[in-house]
Design a binder for this molecule. Structure first.
Ligand SMILES: [Zn+2]
Length: 156
């Protein structure tokens, strides 16, 4: 039985990682020891992923959710990444341009940081959206990251 964190998202899929599998890294979370991290992931599911799923009506699974420190370092991400705390997910919705997805989140959801990553205008499937949420004090920070660097705001 999958441990569901919201109607359509399970703990297992928020921890699943091709990179972890390839590198034989255990990226799983278990109760009760990991309850605080699981609570963070549940917030990401209930307040970001599930509303996106319900609005666009299309099934999707995040490409990256939780990352243990070993996995996060193995892929070259900074130790302070919100993925390590279970506060962020990277995802795309089939049939929805990633810029459109980012704009919808910006306009409809509470979030801490929203990043449109490596999106190329004219290529709807390019890149992905990173979105995080924390318990309180969400910053509503928006960034665009592409080959030119990091830009403030959503500027596809
Ligand atoms: Zn991310």
């Amino acid at each position: 039985m999958a441990r569901m964190l919201s109607a359509n998202f399970s703990l297992e899929e928020l921890c699943k990682s091709q990179q972890a599998t390839r590198r034989d890294i255990d990226n799983g979370l278990r109760e009760p020891a990991d309850a605080p991290l699981i609570a963070n992931l549940e917030r990401v599911c209930r307040r970001i992923l599930q509303p996106v799923r319900d609005h666009f009506g299309t099934p999707f699974t995040p490409s990256s959710g939780y990352r243990c420190l070993a996995l996060n370092r193995a892929i070259g991400s900074k130790d302070g990444s919100q993925h390590v705390r279970g506060e962020a997910a990277d995802f795309e919705v089939p049939g929805v341009a990633n810029a459109e997805l980012a704009f919808w989140i910006r306009d409809n959801l509470e979030y801490d940081q929203l990043i449109l990553e490596f999106y190329t205008p004219g290529d709807p499937t390019s890149g992905w959206v990173h979105c995080s949420i924390v318990e309180s004090g969400n910053r509503r920070d928006q960034l665009t990251i592409n080959r030119s660097g990091t830009l403030p705001g959503l500027v596809p």
